[in-house]
Ligand binder design. Structure first.
Ligand code: PRP
Length: 206
């Protein structure tokens, strides 16, 4: 049995499409939004639908042999897994954003609201800028609107959320995309299968 952790939500369909394109039977995975475990007709591959930020945990612990996860999560949580391939999907930019017309007061620490505490801390530390982190779990854009923070560090995909909330990107930290990852022990024992899968995916996304 080979186990694959897939990110629930906006990436799931694209990842299933990629896997289907290289011969995996993912037809059932997108058919039932409440089911979490799917096994293909031959009983050889199982798929787990997990919260995107949890994919790397399942892979690191070996419950899943491979998974697909955003580079943002890899940089933030630094899981002990192999990163095998940039899948070129789920593209967005880790950015600093603020309300239109924001002027930074350099006399005091910058208040930064974010889910990505480590990425934000490392970024501002590289700029020698003192910050106060406000850790949030979602709807980060609300923090500057309510003047709880000066800026946010968050992923920007289409820019619609920022635009609709009268905010703008003030700097780009790094490009982000989905990555194929593997458990280190699985890779040791199933390297033939994993390498073949990786090569096929690499070919398919060319
Ligand atoms: C993410 C991110 C932004 C939004 C950016 O949130 O945190 O809010 O998407 O996308 P856009 O540039 O296309 O508008 P998500 O939808 O994952 O929900 P969250 O607010 O719960 O983090």
């Amino acid at each position: 049995m080979f186990n694959i952790a897939l990110p629930k939500g906006r990436l799931a369909e694209k990842v299933c499409g990629l896997l289907a394109g290289i011969g995996f039977d993912t037809s059932e995975v997108m058919s039932d939004s409440r089911r979490l475990v799917f096994t293909d007709a031959e009983g050889k591959v199982s798929y787990f639908l997990v919260k995107p930020s949890d994919v790397a945990i399942y892979v690191e612990r070996g419950v899943a042999d491979i998974g697909v996860v955003g580079k943002d999560i890899l940089l933030e949580t630094k899981p002990d897994v192999y990163e095998l391939l940039d899948l070129g999907i789920g593209k967005c930019t880790m950015s600093v954003a603020a309300k239109e017309g924001f002027r930074e007061n350099k006399e005091r620490p910058l208040r930064v609201a974010t889910k990505f505490v480590n990425i934000a801390s490392e970024y501002y530390s590289s700029l020698n800028r003192e910050i106060e982190i406000i850790k949030l779990n979602g709807s980060i854009e609300l923090a500057p609107i309510l003047d709880m923070s000066d800026v946010i560090v968050d992923i920007v995909e289409t820019g619609t959320t920022l635009k609709n909330n009268n905010m703008k990107v003030i700097s780009q930290i790094m490009p982000i995309s989905a990555r194929l990852i593997a458990n280190k022990t699985s890779y040791k024992f199933k390297s033939g299968f994993i390498d073949e899968l990786t090569e096929k995916l690499a070919e398919a996304i060319k």
